[in-house]
Design a protein around this ligand. Structure first.
Ligand code: DP6
Length: 399
């Protein structure tokens, strides 16, 4: 039997605290500002990808969540695949003993363990898993930082999913993008108490994609240039807050930056609304929760942030999460709650509010306004998976 060249990897989702919004080069995907995110645990949210090279394959082919996906010539997927083949070719040229298969076609099969309909950004974990699985297939010695340069060209935010913990994407200055990479500023072990609650908010309308939305902002928003002057100081301050495990400062900056990002979206012509009434109600509930906390102990206890859609992600230290879930459920009732950290043992979530909380800050929504709550925490970078996780069968086609 001939040798099988195949690798499977999984990669995490990341949610930014300092948002990437705007490109200075749309082909190389070079940002107008640095950004910073928290990598979420792959135990709960992940993309898994199997890549295989074989001389019998007629074309590079990708299946995404069970469906054949187009690889447009010159498009983002094609760029990532050809960059990875180029690195393999370099390795083969430098090492006469290396097996020569960089010119073979590849079959790539990718799957997200969360529903695409949940509206969670899957392009970041998806491109990170693709690049990482190809790096393993090609046995490249490349570091996560080097791989981030390639994942960035698939989707900007994907470069941050090559690393675990707390990750900065440096905007860089070079025209060829060689200094626009991701690097870890603190690992998941440095602040394991950082937890996150993803509130999946129902949404019927067709979203403006991040790619189109940010381009329109760059071209039409006057507020946008103001944003670019405040981001560098925020990057410095939040990095320090993370390294000192100073949640209060982390929370203040995270919420300000989310608000500013949505303000520049609104300042875009025509305006872009990513948040809806439910999103705004989550903001008022978290704000009131923090008001009580500031009054009682002088420190914020939770931070909301929203990407290019209505879903909220609430960051909080683990010790506050039970209280926060109770609070969210009291305004956004749930039929059930999956409790991966066993905060409630087998008891039901009551929907309790803490003393001093002004319950009039928001109305109570019906079941389904927040479709699901996903409790997770900060996690590690991409993982190599064993053969049992392979998404391709012996014939090189999806299982
Ligand atoms: C609001 O990385 O999806 O989530 O580079 O065009 O693929 P492209 O955009 P994308 O934008 C993400 C925008 C954001 C903020 C962030 O993740 O930093």
């Amino acid at each position: 039997m001939s040798k099988v060249f195949q690798a499977t990897a999984s990669a995490p989702v990341n949610i930014a605290c300092i948002k990437y919004w705007g490109k200075r080069d749309t082909k190389l995907i070079l940002p107008t500002n640095s950004s910073l995110s928290v990598t979420l645990s792959q135990d709960h949210l992940r993309s898994t990808t199997t890549s295989r090279a074989d001389p019998s394959f007629a074309e590079d082919t990708l299946w995404l969540n069970g469906k054949l996906d187009e690889i447009k010539p010159g498009g983002r997927l094609a760029t990532c695949i050809s960059e990875m083949k180029r690195l393999r070719k370099e390795l083969e040229d430098a090492n006469p003993n290396a097996e020569k298969f960089s010119h073979w076609r590849v079959h790539i099969c990718s799957h997200n363990n969360f529903p695409t309909a949940a509206g969670l950004a899957s392009s970041a974990s998806g491109f990170a898993a693709l690049v990482y699985s190809l790096a393993k297939l090609y046995q490249l010695p490349a570091s996560p930082k080097e791989l981030s340069l390639i994942a960035r060209q698939g989707s900007g935010s994907a470069c941050r999913s090559l690393l675990g913990g707390f990750v900065a994407w440096r905007e860089g200055a070079a025209a060829d993008g060689s200094d626009s990479f991701a690097e870890q500023i603190a690992s998941e072990a440095d602040w394991p108490a950082m937890h996150a609650l993803v509130c999946v908010v129902s949404d019927d309308k067709k979203d403006t994609s991040s790619t189109a939305g940010m381009q329109r902002t760059v071209e039409t928003s006057a507020l946008f240039s103001q944003r670019l002057t405040v981001v560098p100081e925020r990057m410095r301050a939040i990095t320090k807050a993370i390294q000192n495990r100073d949640f209060d400062t982390f929370a203040a900056i995270t919420m300000k930056d989310s608000n500013q990002f949505h303000a520049v979206a609104l300042d875009t012509d025509p305006p872009i609304f990513y948040m809806n009434d439910v999103s705004r109600a989550i903001i008022t509930v978290v704000t009131e929760y923090n008001r009580v906390a500031l009054e009682k102990c002088g420190k914020r206890k939770a931070a909301y942030t929203f990407d290019a859609g209505p879903n909220a992600v609430i960051y909080a230290p683990r010790e506050n999460m039970k209280e926060i879930i109770e609070l969210i459920v009291s305004y956004f009732p749930q039929e059930s709650f999956n409790d991966p950290f066993q905060l409630f043992k087998s008891a039901a979530v009551q929907g309790r509010r803490m003393d001093g909380f002004n319950e009039g800050v928001s109305k109570r929504f019906g079941i389904g306004a927040v479709k699901t709550l996903i409790h997770t925490c900060v996690g590690d970078g991409p993982r190599v998976r064993g053969d049992e996780a392979s998404l391709l069968g012996h014939d090189g086609l999806p299982k």
